[in-house]
Design a protein around this ligand. Structure first.
Ligand SMILES: [Zn+2]
Ligand SMILES: [Zn+2]
Length: 356
């Protein structure tokens, strides 16, 4: 752990500097949180930046992709890497990523497809496009977990696959906010790595992000898979705190980094972020705000809130809300709840195949 690391061992001396490869060997098992702590020590900042780049280079190499060129492509298309690849950058060794998951803004898929084709990736047809987004009073709904199209690729000679997910909005992060738990809400773009729920993730805890049809979409075995890796997926944040002081159906502001009922946004300062390529200018980022989906069980009824994500227009800040269901909020008695189980409103058939 970082506190035990002798700074001199990492940096060396002027006459005998420690080579970069040795840094990578020493740092390779640390989590992003530990790297953040080390990087806050001024002499180590540059070493940490280089080491994260090493992790990203290794990940891309495993998928036969050149690092610099791929990051350039991500920068010019506004794409990000999420899923098990990003998880491997922030908690190394937990799971070997079998598939590289790229997410691009709406309208950028063609450029990414072209790039992958130039790197010996063959598109697997048919690609899938969803055009069933509806406009409602509260925003757009039936958004297929924020995904508008999905392309899969296999490498010509190697057994590696890439999945490209095109967001339904101008932010590539929209589909990530619909992931079924917070443990996977991590990604990197062309210049920095981000973990959106660090207060939970580095304790190996994930909060469920319930959306309509969750039980239908997410196989029971999914939870078991994570348990085996030592990750606890909590159905409700009330396992860690109580909401007695908070009126039902209102947004909770008591523990924003741990809570399903909190209002979060991409600039709220709660994410853990480490830039790894400071030479790249930070792109003007599309601001997102979101609330996770959850169930609140009471004696005679169940309150259900679907995941809601608002994408803010860069110029005006005006928000467009995205959710899988029209109302995104239901109060049901138990009988109605069970009868509505197969409600067709907000079908999200993509979730069980495209998400890690
Ligand atoms: Zn809570
Ligand atoms: Zn709370």
């Amino acid at each position: 752990m970082p506190t035990l690391l002798d700074l001199k061992q990492l940096i060396g001396s002027k006459s005998r500097p420690v080579p970069e490869e040795a840094h990578d060997a020493m740092l390779r098992t640390l989590t992003l949180q530990d790297l953040k702590a080390l990087g806050s020590l001024r002499p180590l900042r540059r070493i940490i930046e280089l080491h994260i780049r090493y992790r990203i280079r290794s990940l891309f190499a495993a998928f036969q992709l050149p690092c610099g060129e791929t990051l350039d492509m991500m920068g010019s298309t506004g794409s990000i890497v999420s899923g098990s690849g990003a998880l491997d950058i922030i908690i190394p060794g937990l799971r070997v990523p079998r598939d590289l998951n790229l997410y691009c803004p709406r309208g950028s898929a063609e450029a990414v497809v072209k790039y992958l084709a130039s790197k010996q990736y063959i598109i697997q047809l048919p690609s899938v496009t969803w055009n069933n987004i509806k406009a409602g009073r509260l925003g757009r709904f039936n958004v297929n977990n924020g995904v508008i199209s999905l392309h899969r690729f296999t490498h010509v000679t190697k057994p590696t696959t890439v999945t490209l997910v095109e967001s339904a909005a101008s932010s590539p992060v929209l589909p990530i906010m619909f992931f079924h738990n917070t443990f996977l809400m991590n990604y990197y773009d062309a210049r920095e790595v981000r973990c959106l729920y660090p207060a939970l993730t580095f304790k190996m805890i994930g909060l469920h992000n319930r959306s309509n049809g969750f039980d239908r979409l997410h196989k029971q075995s999914l939870g078991i898979k994570w348990e085996r890796l030592g990750v606890s997926l909590l159905w409700t944040c009330e396992t860690t705190h109580s909401h007695q002081a908070v009126a039902p159906s209102t947004v909770c502001s008591l523990h924003p980094s741990l809570c399903q009922r909190a209002d979060r946004s991409s600039d709220d300062g709660l994410a853990l972020r480490i830039p790894f390529k400071t030479t790249v200018k930070a792109a003007t980022e599309v601001r997102l705000s979101w609330q996770l989906g959850y169930f609140r069980w009471a004696t005679t009824s169940v309150e259900y809130r679907d995941t809601q994500v608002t994408v803010h227009a860069p110029a005006t800040g005006a928000g467009m809300r995205y959710s899988n269901t029209k109302t995104a909020h239901k109060m049901l008695n138990w009988r109605v709840y069970w009868e509505n189980e197969d409600d067709k409103e907000g079908r999200t058939d993509i979730a069980n195949t495209s998400f890690p």
